[in-house]
Design a protein around this ligand. Structure first.
Ligand SMILES: CC(=O)[C@@H](O)[C@H](O)COP(=O)(O)O
Ligand SMILES: NCC(=O)COP(=O)(O)O
Length: 251
């Protein structure tokens, strides 16, 4: 029997940049954080360069693309953003391994919903086609809605990223198993439609293993807020090892 594929850990460095931006000193270094996480075994780096540059700035994105290309060619670079705002300039210039399309408004506090189908399909289609033609994998940020997965595939996506805030918030409540089952069904529906499945938002050391044990075939988790919080206490390398251990525990 073949061994089940493992889930890749992509570390989101938004919150390192958030702290860095509070003073004009260049510390903590986003690049050094990436190097330490990748050295410790992280499979990739994720950034979400928002138009207001509250954390990750365009130069961070370019510097990280250069670092990974030069020193970690096997690691994946995942750039998230709204393709109708500033994401496509990074896709065209840097051609990351993956672009995650997120329907955030310019002023949104954080990501809190996925794309809607059929409403968003026709305006997304050409940008998905352009991104894929550049050799960049397209992942669509989606709520755990099984009924929308066929449409996500039909519009040209390679993957969906299941928005996991609902899962994280439901744990330790009476709805926990019901909510988790919705993610299981959404992943199965995505895979049945020919999509691969990523996951992210509010995943943590505490909730990651349970999610991966239940939800089949998750290719990548992108984790930032809880990861950086843990790294403040443990260090980047130890935090990376902790998350990798949670992924292994779920296999
Ligand atoms: C799309 C998503 O859920 C996160 O990747 C996003 O990057 C969070 O953005 P903030 O770090 O700005 O909250
Ligand atoms: N796509 C999710 C991500 O990159 C990080 O989200 P969070 O862990 O900061 O909530």
């Amino acid at each position: 029997m073949s061994t089940p594929m493992s889930t890749a850990l992509s570390v989101n460095l938004n919150k390192v940049a958030l702290v860095r931006n509070t003073r004009p000193l260049g510390i903590p270094s986003v690049l050094f954080a990436a190097a330490l996480c990748l050295d410790a075994g992280a499979h990739g780096i994720t950034v979400h360069p928002r138009p207001d540059e509250r954390h990750i700035r365009p130069q961070d994105v370019r510097d990280l693309a250069g670092l990974l290309k030069k020193d970690w060619p096997a690691a994946e670079f995942n750039i998230e953003g709204n393709p109708f705002h500033n994401l496509m300039e990074f896709v065209r210039e840097l051609r990351p391994h993956q672009a995650t399309f997120v329907p955030d408004s310019q002023t949104q506090a954080t990501s809190d919903h996925g794309w809607s189908f059929p409403e968003d399909a026709e305006r997304l289609r050409p940008l998905i086609a352009e991104t894929r033609a550049l050799g960049v994998r397209v992942s669509l940020f989606m709520d755990p809605a099984p009924e929308m997965m066929a449409a996500a595939k039909a519009v040209g996506a390679d993957r969906v990223e299941l928005y996991t805030e609902g899962y994280a918030a439901s744990r330790d409540t009476s709805k926990a198993s019901q909510v988790l089952q919705l993610y299981v069904e959404a992943a199965r529906a995505a895979q049945a439609a020919g999509l691969e499945v990523n996951a992210g938002h509010d995943l943590s050391r505490d909730n990651l293993s349970e999610f991966l044990r239940a939800v089949p075939g998750v290719r990548e988790v992108s984790i930032g807020h809880a990861f950086v919080s843990d790294a403040l206490e443990l260090g980047y390398a130890a935090a990376t090892r902790e998350y990798l251990r949670r992924i292994e525990e779920a296999r």
